[in-house]
Each structure stands twice: as C-alpha cells, then as structure tokens.
Unconditional design. Structure first.
Length: 172
C-alpha cells in the first residue's frame, strides 16, 4: 500500500537529500520514495532550475566533494575512482541534477551530487578503440571528442551519454 495521498504530496516537495532520511521511517515510505512514479513526480515538483549543489575537486589527489551554496562545509562523495591515477572530466551539461564524469580510456560515471549516488557507464566503441590502440591512437590525430549527457525525449525517463566527435580531414 502506498503512502496516503497527502503524505505523498508533502514528500514530493522535499529535496532529494531529505528523502534519503525519510526512506528509513517505514517500509511503506521506502517503497513509495523508491518507486519510479514517485521519483518522476518529485522531479517535476522540485523544478528544473540550477541546482544549489556544486561538485568540487581541487586536484586528482583529492576525493570528489559536494558543496552546498551558502554553506561552509562540504560532503565527501565516496567514489570507486578515488585511487585511480587518472583525472576524470566533467561533461559540460547536466540533466535533472545528474552529471557525467568521464575519461577517454576508462568507464565513465553518472553522478548525483545531491544524494552521492553514482552509476558506472560501460566504455563506448570509441573508448574501446582508444584503449586497444593505446597512446598510438592520439598520434593519429583523428579528432577531438567530448561527452554530452541528456534525457531521451522518447522514453522521458532514460538518461543517455552521447560522445561528440570532431574528425579532422587530412591536411595538405
């Protein structure tokens, strides 16, 4: 049984961070908050403005942190790539508060800085080619690449990373 309609309406207006705490109130609230329908309604209620949470990392030696605007403290995000020697890049765009971290030679991650949730992405065909070619791929000067990230307009609940590649023509 779902939470009463009035309670659901109140929960839908809460920020994601508060919802994480309310999942432990009861099994009923947990199932309500984790349901896809509730999450979609909560996202619509919360609006689509710029988030008040920033992701911060001063260097590759430090862990990823979130910083809430107007606050003097930051929160560490536990990540599997902390021990990696690689520096991950952040996609230029975000979608519904989610951002994408990527590296040309590694799997990327979709991250929600507000909830500290992350999900690994499998390497795309371009990354697989770069990994198999090693450093020689970059000597070929095939072009530039950047990761974009957005919501699938057909399914409306699926987020997709998209690699944009600019190929160079042979130079005279």
């Amino acid at each position: 049984m779902a939470a009463p309609r009035r309670g659901r309406a109140i929960l839908e207006r809460l920020p994601a961070r508060s919802l994480l705490r309310f999942k432990s109130v009861s099994k009923q609230w947990r199932s309500t908050i984790q349901s896809r329908r509730f999450q979609e309604r909560q996202l619509k209620q919360s609006g689509r403005g710029d988030p008040d949470v920033l992701m911060v990392s001063a260097s590759t030696d430090e862990s990823l942190r979130t910083l809430v605007l107007g606050s003097s403290s930051s929160v560490k995000i536990p990540t599997p790539w902390e021990k990696a020697a690689r520096q991950y890049l952040v996609s230029n765009n975000r979608c519904d508060g989610l951002v994408c971290l990527y590296h040309p030679l590694e799997s990327g991650y979709v991250v929600n800085p507000a909830t500290r949730w992350y999900h690994p992405l499998p390497p795309c065909q371009l990354q697989q080619l770069m990994i198999s070619q090693g450093e020689s791929y970059f000597k070929l000067e095939h072009g530039l690449f950047k990761l974009g990230f957005g919501k699938d307009i057909i399914s409306s609940s699926t987020y997709k990373p998209v690699w944009a590649i600019q190929l160079f023509r042979d130079r005279p």
